[in-house]
Design a binder for this molecule. Structure first.
Ligand code: PLP
Length: 417
């Protein structure tokens, strides 16, 4: 592979080989990552990359877009079928610009938005102060309950009724439980707000029927395509039947917000690769994949608890879990570093009401999407829990390096391709 690159540019080629080797020999347990198929990777490195296609199918600002139109329409049709929605824009460069386009379509600067607090598991683009969403819009936050670590829907309702936001975000990056989209919609309706379900983390589970769909409740659904959906980097913005009923111009507003509001030429190689990942996600085997992702996460949570770990909210219903490390007297940062030495890739993460600052939070976030793509099952989760304990309890680099050998052996038994 990479014959041409090898000839043309040794430097890049060699770094690429090292990255391939790293992926091969480590357990990727960051819940927002995955291993895409070779079909997706091939499409990404195809001639679709070269074309300028500002505009939309049949209404482009450049010539020569006959086949680009075909690929973009195919991608739209697959997304609509898979998620059960009447409209989908497939052009957003990534999840953050997709959410930005939703603000542009539904709000004017200064309008009120309600999202989940970052420390509770929300995303930067849901109103955080250093992000465009908190700078140009008036943002308010809901969190989780101090006792249960679950979303407190009564609190969401109370804040919504007090602040009357025009847009409510339901979507998270580190919340391990099922989201009640129906309840969110009732709250949105009580104040006339748009409800946007940002299912970036869970879209693969949604299409696998391993998490309830927001399509019957949210007006707008956004998702990245590179997390549990297992596609290229990119994003989708969908308007549901409910959304069209609330505002029949919403699809047009979304299209205008993406182009010319926010972006120029779409990345059509990315759009083509999204089409491929959507086809993969339609297969029965993807349903099995999604179910196994959840089963693996639940098993991992159970085994970690057996190994004397505390887990935020006591477990998980989806693809991720957050370790609360306060009983282990080690920071999330140190844990991330030691586990990386052992070949287990995780990320430090705040726990709800974290007493520590964001740079050295009290938790780490673990997920099963990528290791499930490698076909690992419950038995491996049991092993991984023990390995994590060994590293964290020892707090030493030597033990981490010992564990690394076991991790590599395991990885070799479960090749990515
Ligand atoms: C990952 C994520 C995003 C942003 O996606 P990027 O592609 O990193 O910009 C937005 N919202 C949620 C909930 C996410 O998990």
């Amino acid at each position: 592979m990479h014959e041409n690159l090898k000839k043309e540019d040794k430097e890049v080629y060699e770094i690429l080989l090292k990255e391939e080797e790293r992926k091969k020999k480590t357990l990727e347990m960051i819940p927002s990552e995955n291993h895409t198929s070779l079909a997706v990777l091939e499409t990404l490195s195809s001639v679709f990359n070269d074309k300028y296609a500002e505009g939309y199918p049949k209404a482009r600002y450049y010539g020569g877009n006959e086949h680009i139109d075909e690929i973009e329409v195919l991608c739209q049709e697959r997304a609509k079928e898979l998620f059960g929605v009447p409209f989908c824009n497939v052009q957003p460069y990534s999840g953050s610009p997709a959410n930005m386009a939703v603000y542009f379509a539904a709000l004017t600067p200064g309008d009120k938005v309600l999202g989940m607090h970052l420390n509770a598991g929300g995303h930067l683009t849901h109103g955080w102060k250093v992000n465009f969403s908190g700078k140009y819009y008036n943002s308010f936050f809901y969190g989780v309950d101090k006792e249960t670590s679950l979303i407190n829907y009564d609190e969401v309702e109370e804040i919504a009724k007090r602040e009357k936001p025009k847009l409510i975000f339901a979507g998270t990056t580190s919340y391990p439980r099922i989201i009640d989209f129906k309840r969110f919609r009732e709250i949105a309706d009580s104040v006339g707000a748009y409800l946007c379900a940002d299912i970036s983390h869970i879209s693969g589970l949604v299409v696998a029927r391993a998490h309830p769909t927001p399509a019957d409740y949210a007006h707008i659904v956004t998702t990245t395509t590179h997390k549990t959906l297992r596609g290229p980097r990119g994003a989708l913005i969908m308007v549901t039947k409910e959304g069209v009923e609330k505002d029949k111009e919403l699809p047009e507003k979304i299209n205008k917000a993406v182009f010319p509001g926010l972006q120029g030429g779409p990345h059509e190689h990315q759009v083509a690769a999204i089409a491929v990942c959507l086809k993969e996600a339609m297969k029965p085997s993807f349903k099995e994949y999604g179910k196994q992702v959840v089963l693996n996460a639940k098993t991992l949570a159970k085994e970690l608890i057996k190994n004397d770990f505390n887990i935020v909210s006591g477990g998980t219903d989806n693809h991720l879990l957050v370790l609360d490390l306060r009983n282990k007297e080690i920071s999330g940062k140190k844990t991330q570093e030691l586990l990386e030495k052992a070949g287990i890739i995780v990320n430090k993460n705040a726990i709800p009401f974290d007493p520590k600052p964001p740079a050295t939070p009290s938790g780490v976030r673990l997920g099963t999407p990528a290791i499930t793509t490698r076909k690992m099952k419950e038995e491996e989760m049991e092993k991984i829990a023990k390995l994590i304990r060994k590293v964290v309890d020892s707090k030493t680099e030597n033990v981490a390096l010992e564990v690394k050998k076991e991790v590599e052996e395991m990885c070799l038994q479960f090749p990515i391709y």
